[in-house]
Design a protein around this ligand. Structure first.
Ligand SMILES: Nc1ncnc2c1ncn2[C@@H]1O[C@H](COP(=O)(O)OP(=O)(O)OP(=O)(O)O)[C@@H](O)[C@H]1O
Length: 465
């Protein structure tokens, strides 16, 4: 929040060509204790004022992301709210990617804008710290909502707050949640926000390492300790000295090694495989599982004593299906990212595709959404996200929820890209949509975002040709 002494006197920059908007914002800021303001009518003046301001509310026009980029490179380190007269989700996402903490569409409610400005302050603190520690431009995380996470739904805001509190402690952290919910990101966030953030973050996935090598991976070995041990090697616990050791899929670790881990948690001493001597290290443990840990204990896969030692502070990742509008924010962001990576146009999410994304169960959570968005960028051959692709991999329950018209949806074979007359491409797209929806022209028209009469007219024209 803006209550730190360094922020208290620095002004908030407000740039808007409309004097009435500036007046409303001035009044709303004035109602907040000690918030001063610098005004600009035009962006050029805002660029000049930016280095002298703590945060900003700036009206940006079409292509507003370039204004955001210029404000950031002019030295604005604080929260930045971009306001748009008109715009799409895509332009809002572009502004966020360029470094805005939030985007607000006009007409504005000045109180809301100020509220959002204050909510953007944690990002400001993070950006200031990183720019003090490191002279490079703001890191990629500054375009996310919290330490690499995207999402502003209540469960995610609650999670960020809890991570912030948990990070300050030295106690072990147990991260639970379904696969793909972001447990790995969560462990990194705990480290990044902890007093150990300058130390190493070392991650080990217990399910990815053969059991016989696991002890050496965690505790290291000396030369000759086993076949293939050709040199002394420190393990992850030593490598994480002064930092955080993240043990993912902890339930996959074998029981004998779990006993050694418990001892390590008690005394902080590491003994490399094949060595008598012990080394003292200072490591914070974060572990994760996508299974129910209590059930794991009951089934004998996780030692009870280790569980109680590790289960001091729990962070539970909300499933994506409980994150409301975050689904759209993530989908848009991934589409924009992958379109850039794949050098393809960014497909637009029309109302029906949006509905599909919102009713899907996302059993694979953010990872599933991410993979689907990449597939869509690669396979979509029009400007919009096609419904049949948005439904790819959906279960019968999800298709049923989308509507009875969509029950016959089948994934279509992917055709090799070929050049053909545009009219033919259009005809194929229409025919495919009609087939996808089992001959239901109205549903196909909705998916194509055309009126049914246009479809009927086009079909008639083909028949007469
Ligand atoms: N809120 C989020 N915002 C942006 N990206 C996310 C978010 N949550 C997860 N991701 C991305 O989704 C992918 C899966 O996340 P991650 O590996 O952290 O999940 P996990 O819960 O550890 O999965 P598993 O249990 O399968 O190991 C990663 O690419 C991660 O960066």
């Amino acid at each position: 929040m803006l209550h730190s002494p360094e922020a208290a006197n620095a002004p908030v920059l407000v740039c808007d060509p409309d004097p009435a908007v500036r007046r409303l914002l001035r009044a709303a800021l004035g109602r907040r204790d000690r918030l001063n303001m610098m005004e600009a009518e035009a962006l050029e003046s805002a660029y000049a004022l930016a280095p002298h301001c703590v945060s900003a509310v700036v009206a940006v026009g079409p292509g507003g992301e370039s204004a955001v980029t210029r404000l950031r490179s002019a030295g604005l380190k604080g929260a930045l709210i971009a306001t748009l007269g008109q715009g799409s989700v895509a332009s809002a996402v572009a502004c966020m990617r360029a470094g805005a903490d939030d985007v607000v569409l006009k007409p504005l409610r000045a109180e809301d804008v100020v509220e959002r400005l204050l909510q953007g302050e944690p990002a400001r603190v993070e950006r200031r710290r990183s720019s003090r520690e490191n002279d490079r431009p703001a890191p990629a995380t500054s375009t996310t909502d919290f330490c690499g996470f995207l999402g502003r739904s209540p469960p995610m805001r609650g999670l960020y707050e809890r991570i912030q509190r948990v990070a300050a402690s030295a106690a072990p952290v147990f991260v639970t949640g379904e696969s793909g919910t972001g447990k790995d990101l969560c462990a990194q966030a705990v480290h990044a926000r902890s007093p150990r953030h300058a130390g190493p973050f070392v991650a080990l996935n217990c399910s990815a390492i053969p059991r016989e090598l696991m002890e050496s991976e965690v505790f290291g070995h000396v030369r000759g300790a086993f076949t293939g041990a050709i040199a002394d090697r420190a393990g992850a616990a030593e490598a994480a000295d002064g930092g955080t050791l993240f043990l993912d899929e902890i339930g996959e670790m074998d029981l004998a090694l779990q006993a050694k881990l418990l001892r390590f948690l008690q005394d902080g001493k590491v003994r490399r495989v094949g060595e008598g001597r012990e080394r003292q290290v200072d490591v914070r443990i974060v572990c994760a599982t996508n299974r129910d840990p209590v059930e794991e204990v009951r089934a004998g896969r996780l030692r009870e004593d280790l569980f109680y030692r590790l289960h001091v502070l729990e962070l539970s990742m909300p499933p994506l299906r409980e994150r409301g509008d975050d689904v759209m924010l993530l989908a848009e962001t991934f589409l924009a990212r992958f379109a850039g990576e794949e050098h393809r146009p960014m497909p637009r999410i029309g109302p029906d595709a949006a509905r599909v994304l919102q009713i899907r169960s996302w059993r694979g959570n953010v990872r599933e959404l991410q993979n689907l968005m990449r597939r869509i960028v690669v396979l979509a051959d029009g400007p919009n996200v096609p419904i049949h692709l948005a439904l790819e991999g959906a279960g019968a329950d999800e298709i049923a929820r989308f509507g009875s018209n969509a029950v016959n949806v089948v994934p279509l074979p992917v055709e090799a890209a070929s050049v053909e007359p545009l009219a033919l491409t259009e005809r194929r797209a229409i025919e495919r949509a009609i087939a996808t929806f089992g001959g239901n022209v109205a549903a196909a028209a909705a998916a194509l975002e055309l009126s049914p009469s246009t479809l009927y007219r086009k079909r008639l024209a083909w028949q007469c040709a």
